[in-house]
Design a binder for this molecule. Sequence first.
Ligand SMILES: [Fe+2]
Length: 224
Amino acid sequence: MNDYEVLAVPVLQDNFAYLVCRAGEAVLIDAGEAKPVFRALKENDLRLQKVLITHSHHDHIGGCRAIQDHLGVQSISPAVESSESSVLGTVCRSISTPGHMAVHKIYYFLELNTLFTGDTLINGGCGRLLGGTPKQFFDSLQLIKQLPNETRILGGHDYLVTNMEFALSVEPENADMQARRDLYRTDPAAAIFVTLAEEKKTNPFLRAPSVERFTELRKQKDYF
Ligand SMILES: [Fe+2]
């Protein structure tokens, strides 16, 4: 699987879109803005095949129209609980993870050990409840927790600093959280993009043992 590459494309204020690339072809995950994507495609000499969307908030779809107009490439978001398709010659599983919104998808590239989590799981935190129920959100996080620990987690934003500040307000003595917060100062990408194992150590929402605790934490974070 060495011929695959994942490029994080910073868009808008603090969003990430991602390009999964192989042999000059690419698939885009989320499209908050088109211009940075066009630039990344050009710089890396890539042809875009399709766009996979996690959810319909504007900062994840704002660039879809321009991408369709300029490249003739459509954006899709499978309307099913779970489906598998071949993307760039590798398996991509779309999984329904309601919570942040009533409809939200994540994309799991099994053979690449890579999971694009949109606003369901965002480096050390999770999205707000903007349409789904706390129970749905909790269940969606439990689904993610069942994936292999070495899975790379690529979320839709850079919220690392505030997420670690919040995490440490919940668990002040947690050395893994402290290390992740400190790593951001010298190597932001290494602090943002970690494995599921690391998320389990540093993400209070993944660490919540019950839907009740999850709900409590989510409320606290909303006013943090
Ligand atoms: Fe969102």
